[in-house]
Design a protein around this ligand. Structure first.
Ligand code: 6PG
Length: 246
């Protein structure tokens, strides 16, 4: 089921509320909250709303650990950096300890960075299952999600948690969490906004093609949960029975 909101603003408000709720319940249940942030533009407003006192004050930031689902391998101060966006919109505005922030730094050596990030995650999970409490994802117009692009080897990854990746013509590499890790999460939330996403939303919700599923169709957390939140424009082409208007 996909929950549909009137516009980007109400979508972001709902995502921020969900973030706070999940953080509280993970901290209550397990003493910490591990979240993977997504890049792109869609989550920016939700991040700003999480940083707002009305939401932020409900979160025990000392117990929040921040990871990224993918990173563009550009310098940290580059406007295309996912880390930079999340710091500006959220992390610089809340009392999360710097030691709890786990950026994917890959401008130098993407393959090595992917290996090191996986080691960092393995240490964080300390031999336990890699079940992040929340993984936030976006959806690209070609069906990509995180740094998982159609036709790229990462889509077929069966073993590694983190891998170097890339999309043709972007001009930079990426490092991404693989479906192995994302599908082990307790909760995966896609945030989709804008009319330009309507066509691909419709494709992703159709039964997946066995030969070449879209990367977003590979996200099937088990035993975790999958949620989609979209605004009205992005959901415009979906069958009515698939959506829940909020
Ligand atoms: C990135 C992403 C990527 C993004 C989608 C949607 O680094 O670009 O993590 O998967 O979520 O491309 O991006 P928008 O929200 O900008 O449409």
């Amino acid at each position: 089921m996909i929950t549909v909101y009137d516009d980007g603003e109400s979508l972001s408000r709902a995502a921020a509320a969900l973030f706070a709720r999940e953080a509280r319940s993970a901290v209550a249940a397990r003493g910490r909250f591990g979240v993977a942030l997504s890049g792109g533009e869609t989550p920016r407003r939700a991040y700003e709303m999480i940083a707002d006192e009305s939401v932020s004050a409900r979160i025990d930031w000392a117990r929040v650990h921040v990871f990224w689902g993918d990173e563009r391998c550009v310098p940290g101060d580059d406007p295309r950096s996912n880390e930079r966006m999340a710091r500006e919109a959220l992390l610089a505005r809340v009392p999360v300890p710097e030691g709890n922030i786990h950026p994917m730094r890959c401008a130098e050596d993407p393959a090595g960075a992917a290996r090191r990030y996986e080691e960092e995650l393995r240490a964080w999970f300390d031999g336990g299952p890699p079940n992040l409490d929340l993984v936030l994802l976006g959806l690209g117009e070609n069906g990509h999600t995180a740094g998982l692009f159609p036709g790229d080897a990462t889509v077929a990854e069966r073993r590694r948690w983190v891998a170097e990746a890339g999309a043709e013509g972007e001009g930079f590499a990426r490092v991404t969490m693989t479906p192995v890790l994302i599908n082990a999460a307790e909760l995966v939330l896609f945030l989709v906004s804008g009319a330009e996403k309507a066509r691909v939303m419709n494709l992703v919700m159709k039964p997946r093609r066995s030969a070449a599923p879209l990367p977003a169709q590979l996200i099937r957390p088990c035993p975790g949960e999958l949620l989609w939140m979209a605004d009205r424009a992005a959901a415009a082409q979906l069958d009515r029975h698939m959506v829940w208007h909020c």
